[in-house]
Every structure is written in C-alpha cells, then in structure tokens.
Design a binder for this molecule. Structure first.
Ligand code: SF4
Length: 214
C-alpha cells in the first residue's frame, strides 16, 4: 500500500473510531490553554487538570500571573514537575504577552514560539484548539511513536515527523488528526503494550517495530 493511501485509510478509521475527540486539558480561553499546555510537558493531562482550577482561581489571566510572586506560582504548580522552570516560563510569558501583545495570545505560530516554554508543538496545540487555526500537526510523544508504527514517518525529530504527516494529511484535518492519534496512543497503542488485536487500524498500520510488516 502506498504511504498516501495508508495515511488516508488511517485518518478515516481514526475519525470513525473517535469522531469527537478534543484536547483533554481543561481551559476557558487561549491563555489558560497555553498555561495548561506548558504545564503538561512531562506531566499527564489529568494531573494538570487537577492543579489548574486553583492556579486560574488565584491568577485568572496574564496580568495577575505576571504580578504574582514566583514562589506562590511554584507552590501551586509543584505537582506538575519541573515546577521552578515552568513557573519562571509562565510568569515571563505573561509579562511578554502584556508588553508585546496587549495581553492577548497571538494567532501566529512564529510569535507564539517567542514566549518562554512555548515550543512548536505547544504553539500548534494552542492555535488549533483555542483558535481553530491549523498551523501544523502537533507531534508529542504519542504522535511520534505512532507515526513510526503506522509507517508514515521514519524520522525521530518531532518537527520532521510533523512535516511528513503534514504532507500526507489534508490541512483541514490536522488538528483533529493529532488529537485522535494521541487518544489512540493513550488507549490502544501504548508504548509498551500496543493492543493490536483490538485495534481499528489492524491491517492498514505497518506495525513497524511491533512485528514484520505485512
Ligand atoms: S495495529 Fe498495533 S501498532 Fe498499529 S496502531 Fe494498532 S495497536 Fe498500534
């Protein structure tokens, strides 16, 4: 099967299996999604969702967070791990947002990645989920692993994987495709125990690294 055909079939089957899947982080506006996404680095979405209600209650927007004592931010986000680095990045991002963007999360990927703690993956998630802008396919650890197993990318660098996938999946599907692959990676195709026998992609997935491809 050609790679483009495989990609089409995989996207269709995932859409059939998970028609309404969205980002699992809780947020009320683009700023809150940006904060939650930064916190989710090396931390589960569930853990982030447990601590953000208190964070957003105390400092609902960038103005409040920019003025908050760093030690207080650290204390609230401590369960997310790397809390000193993340607190510093969030406080500085809040300050820059106020100074350069009137407190509004920008809609351009190249502007978003200027904020501390915001890489291209985070920027794509924020643009896609908060604004509905398909700036690219967000590649996290699940998307990277599954793209390899699917036989859609032989790269390991996330941006190269993203580029491979963006060449195969139509732009209008980028945001949901990424969310569906993440969902599938969490529930079926885990790192250690991919459940191929009950996978909707069996027969179309190349199963690279799992067994000899058919
Ligand atoms: S067939 Fe197996 S390797 Fe391929 S996506 Fe499904 S669980 Fe993962």
């Amino acid at each position: 099967m050609r790679r483009s055909q495989r990609a089409r079939e995989i996207a269709d089957r995932l859409a059939g299996a998970y028609p309404d899947v969205t980002c699992e982080l809780d947020f009320a506006d683009p700023w809150q999604l940006l904060v939650a996404t930064v916190l989710s680095a090396q931390c589960t979405d569930a853990q982030v969702n447990r601590l953000t209600p208190e964070l957003f209650r105390r400092w609902p927007g960038p103005e409040a967070l920019a003025a908050a004592p760093i030690e207080d931010i650290e204390e609230v986000i401590r369960p997310a791990g790397c809390f000193r680095t993340k607190a510093k990045a969030l406080k500085e991002s809040a300050r820059l947002l106020l100074a350069d963007h009137a407190g509004v999360v920008p809609r351009q990927l190249e502007e978003l990645v200027q904020l501390p703690g915001v890489g291209r993956k985070t920027a794509k998630v924020v643009l896609g989920e908060a604004y509905g802008i398909a700036a690219g396919i967000a590649v996290d650890t699940h998307v990277k692993r599954l793209a390899g197993r699917f036989g859609l990318s032989a790269n390991s660098d996330p941006e190269r994987v993203a580029s491979d996938l963006e060449g195969l999946i139509p732009r209008g599907e980028w945001v949901q495709f990424s969310q569906r692959v993440i969902h599938h990676g969490r529930r079926v195709c885990s790192a250690r125990r991919p459940d191929c026998d009950r996978c909707v992609l069996l027969g179309v997935c190349a199963q690279r690294g799992i067994k000899t491809p058919s």
